[in-house]
Design a protein around this ligand. Sequence first.
Ligand code: SDX
Length: 394
Amino acid sequence: ETGHFTYDPGFLSTASCRSSITYIDGEKGELLYRGYPIEQLAEQCSFIEVAYLLRNGELPTKTELEDFDNRVRRHNMLHDQMNRFFTGFRRDAHPMAVMVGVVGALSAFYHDVLDFSDAEHRTVSFIRLVAKMPTIVAMAYKYNVGQPFMYPRNDLGYAANFLHMMFGTPCEKYEPNPVLVRAMDVIFTLHADHEQNASTSTVRLAGSSGANPFACISAGIACLWGPAHGGANEACLRMLEEIGDVSRVGEYIERAKDKNDPFKLMGFGHRVYKNYDPRAKLMRQICHEVLQELGLENDRLFKLAMALEKIALEDEYFVEKKLYPNVDFYSGIVQRAIGIPTSMFTCIFALARTVGWFTQWEEMITDPEYKIGRPRQLYVGAPRRDVVPLDARG
Ligand code: SDX
C-alpha cells in the first residue's frame, strides 16, 4: 500500500526506488504526472506548465507560471564560448553525439551553482537546463545543415522559440504556425517523464555518486540514443520507409513474429505497457492535426502506420504478447511533417526528458536515505584458481 496505489509484493522486489513524480499502470495504459492524467495535461497545459508541475509537485498559479516562464526566457542563450564545441564536430556528426558532448560541457561553465544541498542552486540549474536544451538542439541542427545559429527570441513562447531557432534564418522573419507550435508543445509534454526507464535510471545511478546534474543528464542522453529506447522513433520511420506499401505489411508482421529474425516492429511493445501507450493515442491525434493543417491528410507513411497498427492489433501474436503502439510509433511521422529531420527526433526526446531526468535526480539527492547505487551480480565465471607463470602456459 502506498496510500493511493497498491502493488503486489513481487512487484516491490523489482522496484529500484520510491518516487512521487510519475505513475504508470501498464495493464490499464494509464500515465499520471504528479497525479494528473497525461490526457488532461496535454489538452489543457503548456509544456512549461508541465515542467513546473513535474519539478515542484503542483501546477503553478498564474503568477508562478509567469515568473517561471520569464526566468526560463532569460536563460535560453548559451555562453558564447560554447559555440566552439559545435564547430569541433564534423558537420555530419550524429546530433545525439553533439548533445552528449555539449550538455556534459555545461558542467564546465556553471561552477557557481554546484552546491546541490542549496535549493536555489538546484533551481538555477533546472532553469538553465530547461532553457538551454532547445537552443542546444537547434544549434546542433543548424550546424549539421550548415546554416547560421539563430539566437533565441524572448518574445516567443517555449515551443515557438524552438521552431524559430530550428527553421528561422537571418534572411527573413520566421513566424511559427500556431498548429505546429501546439504540436511541438504537446510532443514535449508527452516525452517529459516516464518513471524509471533506462535513461532515467542512468541519470539516477550517475547522480547517486554526487556527480553534477549536467554530467548526469549527458549520461541519460547517451542511454536514450539506443534504438530500443529513445532512438525508436528514428528507427520506426526508417522501418515504415522500408516497408513502403501496405501490401508489404504482412511480410514484416511475420518477420516480427519470427524468433530467428532479429527484426522488431519499431514503435511497438513496451517493458511496462501491456495496453495501448496513452501517449501513442495523443501522438496519433497530434499527427492527424498537423497533417490536416499542412494539407497532407493523405501522407503515405501516416496511412501506412495506421494500416500497420490495425493489422498488428488484429494479429493473435501481438494480442497474446500484449504488444501495442508506444510513444515512438507516430512521433516520427509528425516530426517529419513539421520539417524535423529523422536524425533530430531523439534530440527532441532528450530536450523534453531533461525535465524528468532533472526532477528524478533531484528527488534522489534530496532523499535523506539515498546512497550511492551499487547493484550486485550473480557470478557465473571461473572458480578460484592459481596463476600459471607465462613460460609455463604452453
Ligand atoms: C521507449 O521504459 C520506458 O518507459 C521507455 C519509454 C520512455 O518514455 O522512456 O517509454 C520510451 O523506449 C519506448 C519503447 C521504444 N522501443 C521500441 O519501440 C523498439 C521496439 N520495441 C521492442 O524493442 C520492445 O518492445 C521493447 C524493448 C520496448 C520491450 O521489449 P521486451 O521487454 O521484450 O517486451 P516484452 O517483454 O513485453 O515482450 C514480450 C514478447 C517478447 O517475446 P517472447 O520473449 O515472449 O517470445 O514480445 C516480443 C518480445 O521479444 N516483442 C516484440 C516486440 N516487442 C516485444 N516482437 C516483435 N516486435 C516488437 N516490437
